[in-house]
Design a protein around this ligand. Structure first.
Ligand code: SF4
Length: 184
């Protein structure tokens, strides 16, 4: 089955790595996407699963405050984290995390490789190694990544994750290169 031209390899990426238009006001590093990083994935013939942007879904493009851009970034991120942690938003994101796990199960059930997930460090939502809490960048996952990890755990799906920063292009490419080598 599926014995055609597909590579049977997919990777999950945070929404804004493919679409910088979704990112909070004042924080986009590219006009459209993080091209070099996406090109690297495509050159390895790996299909892309683009996560939804949790902040856009729950709080809109303005993240519930058109003045957000005026705050220092870590303060603004902390405000956003607080809003995402409201019960109604957590429930929405839990559903999205569950949808992702359903996709992972489907791919793996048909012997496809799901290499892992690339998040965005420092994000209160999509950080993997670091996130923002209490007006600081701290170790630990963002709200959405935590929900995805929990949903994976419940279904017994191990999912490797790494985080990058779009502002640190060379470092990000190095990290993703290594990740692809190790998981491919
Ligand atoms: S890091 Fe996550 S929440 Fe922030 S813009 Fe990217 S996809 Fe959206």
């Amino acid at each position: 089955m599926f014995d055609d031209h597909r590579s049977k390899k997919v990777i999950i990426v945070a929404h804004c790595l493919l679409n910088q238009n979704a990112i909070s006001d004042g924080t986009a590093d590219y006009p459209g996407q993080f091209t070099e990083l996406i090109d690297l994935i495509l050159a390895n013939q790996i299909g892309l699963i683009q996560l939804p942007c949790p902040e856009l879904i729950c709080l809109g493009l303005e993240r519930n405050d058109p003045q957000g851009v005026k705050r220092p970034i870590l303060q603004e991120n902390t405000r956003i984290r607080g809003l995402l942690c409201q019960v109604n938003n957590l429930e929405r994101l839990q559903d999205k995390a569950q949808e992702l796990v359903t996709q992972i199960e489907e791919y793996r059930g048909h012997a496809f490789q799901v290499l892992g997930l690339i998040g965005v460090n420092r994000s209160p939502s999509c950080g993997v190694e670091t996130t923002t809490k209490g007006n600081k960048e701290v170790n630990g996952p963002g709200v959405f990544i935590e929900l995805i990890s929990e949903a994976c755990r419940k279904k017994g799906q191990a999912l490797k994750m790494i985080g990058v920063k779009t502002s640190q292009k060379d470092e990000a490419i190095k990290i993703v290169c290594k990740f692809i080598e190790e998981t491919n």
